[in-house]
Design a protein around this ligand. Structure first.
Ligand code: PAF
Length: 298
């Protein structure tokens, strides 16, 4: 694994390797004349866990070089406290990446490296970025688009890997890629869960063991709601999930929306679309920690 901190170093390394048409020394095993030399990008904010590593493994299988960006992006945090307590440990992240495979370039820039001046660009892709997380975290997706577009311009990846846990983020990034005509394939990857069903997230590190146990109710309840679809309306399934989770001490639903899986517009009937997803955000525990999850209904 190679660790790089500046955009210039990263650009230089990728340019050299692209020109040579083969991989960096640490990934020489992959250089066996692939049809087309390809770069995969896994954007992260660090505090890596098995969910991130599943994206890295997928990228390693499909590309010659995998760039894993580790950058706690301040522009996507509308809540300063959330940013301050976001877990981070670059050393541990590098150890995990080193043990995951060869062909990884970890890119861990500083804030001033990524934002030498304030980013005044504005991105707006309603309804994907205005509903759900967009309405409860104003400016969040603008910040996500600012950093993801910068990473795309810098790395010029053939493929970029995102976890489906952040379901809405994928929809917004897809819209941005279409709007900017960026030549990158967005690869959604399945949510990785703990044994009890809790979606893995860097924020889970802020939960104690009991809170983690309580948080498993989120996916358990979402899964139970699947069975109600055949005999209950969208409104009834919605109310079942919200009532069941609010009845669990230590949990409080911020929102639960049942939406079209692509536009993210609300649906009112199961016949409204053949791609329907329930997206939820729940406050959990003492801090509290904001946890997001989703379930595919159709
Ligand atoms: O999903 C995340 O961790 C972040 O939103 C991302 C995509 C790395 C952008 O900072």
């Amino acid at each position: 694994m190679v660790l790089i901190h500046t955009a210039a170093e990263l650009r230089g390394l990728l340019l050299r390797e692209r020109a040579a048409g083969h991989s960096v020394p640490s990934v020489a095993h992959l250089a066996s004349s692939p049809a087309r030399w390809a770069v995969g990008l896994v954007p992260t904010m660090g505090a890596l866990h098995e969910g991130h590593l599943s994206l890295v493994r997928r990228s390693l299988e499909e590309n010659d070089v995998t760039v894993v960006s580790i950058f706690l992006n301040p522009t996507q945090f509308n809540d300063k406290k959330d940013l301050e307590r976001y877990p981070s440990n670059l050393e541990a992240d590098c150890r995990l990446l080193g043990a995951t495979g060869q062909g990884i370039v970890a890119f861990a820039p500083t804030v001033s490296e990524m934002y030498p001046e304030p980013d005044t660009r504005r991105f707006s892709y309603p309804p994907t970025d205005s509903v759900m997380e967009g309405s409860f975290r104003p400016g969040h997706f603008n910040g996500v688009c600012q950093i993801v577009s910068k990473l795309f311009l810098l790395v010029e990846p053939d493929r970029a890997y995102f976890g489906e846990k952040d379901y809405q983020q994928i929809a917004v990034v897809r819209r941005m890629v279409e709007a900017l005509r960026l030549p990158v394939s967005i690869v959604p990857c399945p949510t990785v869960r703990s044994e009890g069903g809790l979606a893995l997230s860097s924020r889970n590190a802020l939960l104690d063991e009991n809170e983690k146990h309580i948080a498993c109710n989120i996916y358990k309840t979402l899964s139970e709601s699947l069975a109600l679809m055949a005999s209950h309306s969208v409104r009834e399934v919605h109310d079942f999930v919200v009532t069941a989770l609010n009845a669990v001490p230590g949990l409080e639903v911020q929102y639960f929306s049942i939406v079209d899986g692509k536009s993210l517009a609300d649906v009112s009937s199961w016949q409204d679309s053949d791609d329907i997803v329930g997206c939820i955000t729940v406050f959990c525990g003492k801090l509290p920690v904001r946890l997001i999850d989703h379930i595919k209904y159709r």
